[in-house]
Every structure is written in structure tokens, then in C-alpha cells.
Write a protein that binds this ligand. Structure first.
Ligand code: 77P
Ligand code: MG
Length: 217
């Protein structure tokens, strides 16, 4: 097949989802992954926890590392208040291209900015180039060994404030042991682990970690 899995998913969404309807895009993407081809979306159970965090926190500025096809970006942005926004970073150009289309299909291009660069380079420029003062919500879902590098960078840049939430996917599968040890050992966070099913696999368990920043501003 000349197409990639991500391109096939986008085609399916364009043919079956309602333009401008984020809920329809997410439901259709979940249907694609259950009936056609698996994809690494933060699906149903993980998504429900993410929805809960966004609804309770009502974040103004969100950062996502690891856009992939934009499933969780749409999931986050559909619950954001009118002036709130999400910056999502994807290093893979093919993934970023698909994600931009999915965001447009959901009608959320005014809330979501997809950046096709390396996460560390963008984090260093959030204040100067992306007009960010503080991050209310950070969603870690990119390469698992980079979680610890990037959370340390976010702290170094003083981008968190009391109450900021850092939500990490895949802390069991594929796993992020270094990150878990770091964040659970840090006095600046209050962490909670949630045992959840791995996306679209009812017989596999994964885990997500929600950490609330309580350190100095
Ligand atoms: O790694 C890149 N993106 C995805 C990061 N996310 C993951 O790796 C990830 C993986 C899995 C996963 C777990 C078990 C398994 F058998 C297969 C996949 C699940 C998830 O929920 C993820 O989030 C990437 C690639 C590339 O070519 N260029 C730039 N970035
Ligand atoms: Mg993931």
C-alpha cells in the first residue's frame, strides 16, 4: 500500500466524521482503531481521565508533547474555554501533517497550534517566541525516554505554577521508569497513578500518571 496507517486513518475520518464536530471525529477515530487498524491514541479510558482533568482545571494554556494524529489534541481542545489554547509538538513531519488535517476536520484550528519541531527546542522558546507565561496543563505522550528530559526543561524555564497539572501517558507500556522515579521522588509534585487499559486492547493494562505541581512558582 502506498499509504501509511496514519493517512488511511485520516481518509476514514474525512469519509465518516462530521466536519466541525470534535466528538464525531473522536468517535470515528475510535471506531477506525477498533474495526480497521490499531493506532496509538490516548483512547477511551485514558481520554476520559484527560477530559476530567481539563473540565476540572479549566486550563488557559496547555502543552502536549507527542501529537501523533491529533486525537488527544482534539480531546483536550474540545473542552477548552473560548480564549484557551493548546500548543502541541510533534517531531515527525508525517504525523504532524496528518494531525493538522484532523484538527481542521474537528474545526479546532483556532485553539490548537501543531508545531513540527523537536520538543526541547520549542520548550526553550515558549516564553520568548510563543508568548507563553505559564503552562496550566502539560500532556506527555511523545518518546517515553524524553519525558524526564522535557519535564526538567519545563521546570528550568519556570513554566509551571502551583496547581499546574502534568499528565503522562504510557507509564507502564512502553513505560517511562526514569520519569516515574523522578516525578514521584520530587517534593514539587503530588502524583496519582491510574491503572487503565492500553488503547483499544481490553486485555492489556497500561498506566497514566497525574502530577500536580506544588513547588515554588
Ligand atoms: O515515537 C514517536 N511518536 C509516538 C510517541 N508515542 C509512543 O511511542 C507510544 C507508543 C505506544 C506503543 C506501545 C506498545 C506497542 F507495542 C506499540 C506502541 C503507545 C503509546 O500510547 C505511545 O504514545 C515518534 C516516531 C517517529 O518516527 N518520529 C517521531 N516520534
Ligand atoms: Mg501514548
Amino acid at each position: 500500500k502506498g499509504t501509511t496507517r496514519e493517512q488511511r486513518a485520516l481518509k476514514y475520518l474525512k469519509e465518516h466524521a462530521r466536519q466541525g464536530d470534535p466528538d464525531s471525529v473522536l468517535e470515528t477515530f475510535d471506531e477506525f482503531c477498533r474495526t480497521q487498524e490499531w493506532a496509538m491514541n490516548a483512547a477511551e479510558e485514558k481520554g476520559d481521565i484527560l477530559d476530567e482533568i481539563v473540565r476540572e482545571l479549566q486550563p488557559t494554556t496547555c502543552l502536549e508533547l507527542g501529537t501523533y494524529c491529533g486525537y488527544s489534541a482534539v480531546r483536550i481542545a474540545r473542552n477548552l474555554s473560548p480564549s484557551a489554547r493548546l500548543i502541541t509538538i510533534e517531531v515527525n513531519p508525517d504525523y504532524a501533517a496528518v494531525a493538522r488535517e484532523v484538527v481542521k476536520l474537528a474545526g479546532l484550528q483556532d485553539k490548537i497550534e501543531v508545531i513540527n519541531l523537536d520538543s526541547a527546542d520549542v520548550i526553550r522558546e515558549l516564553k520568548t517566541k510563543y508568548d507563553v507565561t505559564k503552562l496550566d496543563l502539560v500532556f506527555l505522550d511523545h518518546w517515553k525516554y524524553l519525558y524526564i528530559r522535557d519535564i526538567k526543561l519545563i521546570e528550568e524555564e519556570k513554566l509551571l505554577k502551583k496547581g499546574s497539572v502534568v499528565f503522562a501517558d504510557n507509564v507502564i507500556i512502553p513505560g517511562a521508569p526514569g520519569y516515574l522515579e523522578y516525578i514521584r521522588g520530587s517534593k514539587n509534585y503530588k502524583s496519582t497513578f491510574y491503572s487503565v487499559h492500553f488503547e483499544y486492547m481490553d486485555d492489556m493494562k497500561d498506566g497514566v500518571e497525574k502530577s500536580v505541581y506544588i513547588g515554588d512558582e
